[in-house]
Design a protein around this ligand. Structure first.
Ligand SMILES: CC(C)(COP(=O)(O)OP(=O)(O)OC[C@H]1O[C@@H](n2cnc3c(N)ncnc32)[C@H](O)[C@@H]1OP(=O)(O)O)[C@@H](O)C(=O)NCCC(=O)NCCS
Length: 180
């Protein structure tokens, strides 16, 4: 299997072109984006163009349950010398710990595969579920970013979180990455 990071309840599989139809459908569903993310409407053609223009170090993964069903997405992307992550889960699959595990996997993967000291994530101050995910995965709250994102007609503040390599210390899930 190409590009598969294995966890206990979920795997992260590198997004392939064949995944674009369901992923585009998700992107166009306001319930998938949730209350605190920008409202998007994209065509499949636009999604294909976006996919072809991804930067080499920007990687999107499908979050899959162990039975192979697709339940969400998570990405990492370079931000200066650091990396930023973001994630979304299908509404019916939320509150079962899946996203927290996906974040732990991507953090293990980034610190194991790249010579970086810091991974960051930004969320809406009202998005308690996302903040809880980051806290459970070992991120620390850094502060408020004023008027950072345009959501449903108005500019909203963001909250920045990060995890440093010295806080991560060692892999939490991908202990056997070399053999996966
Ligand atoms: C944010 C999101 C990815 C979380 O995924 P998930 O798989 O449900 O996350 P987990 O189950 O691992 O953890 C969720 C935690 O938030 C808590 N939570 C959920 N809703 C909450 C709320 N309204 N207030 C406080 N805590 C809440 C859960 O109880 C759980 O914490 P616990 O384990 O201590 O009980 C999901 O809600 C989602 O896709 N939201 C829409 C898109 C989005 O906002 N993405 C993040 C952008 S920064």
């Amino acid at each position: 299997m190409i590009g598969l990071l294995k966890g206990k309840s979920v795997n992260l599989r590198v997004l392939e072109k064949e995944d674009l139809p369901p992923v585009t459908e998700w992107a166009n569903n306001p319930e998938f984006s949730g209350e605190y993310e920008p409202l998007e409407q994209v065509s499949l053609q636009e999604a294909e163009k976006w996919y072809c223009n991804l930067r080499p170090d920007e990687k999107w993964f499908i979050i899959e349950r162990k039975d192979g069903s697709k339940i969400g997405q998570i990405f990492h992307s370079p931000r200066g010398p650091h990396f930023v992550i973001g994630y979304k889960l299908l509404p019916d699959e939320r509150n079962r710990g899946y996203c927290t595990e996906a974040v732990k996997i991507i953090v293990d993967y980034l610190f194991l595969s790249k010579n970086i000291v810091r991974i960051q994530a930004e969320t809406n101050p009202r998005n308690r579920a996302s903040q809880r995910v980051l806290e459970k995965a070992g991120f620390k709250r850094e502060g408020l970013i004023r008027r950072s994102i345009f959501i449903k007609g108005k500019w909203e503040d963001g909250v920045q979180y990060s995890i440093l390599r010295e806080e991560w210390k060692e892999p939490k899930i991908l202990t056997k990455i070399a053999s996966q």
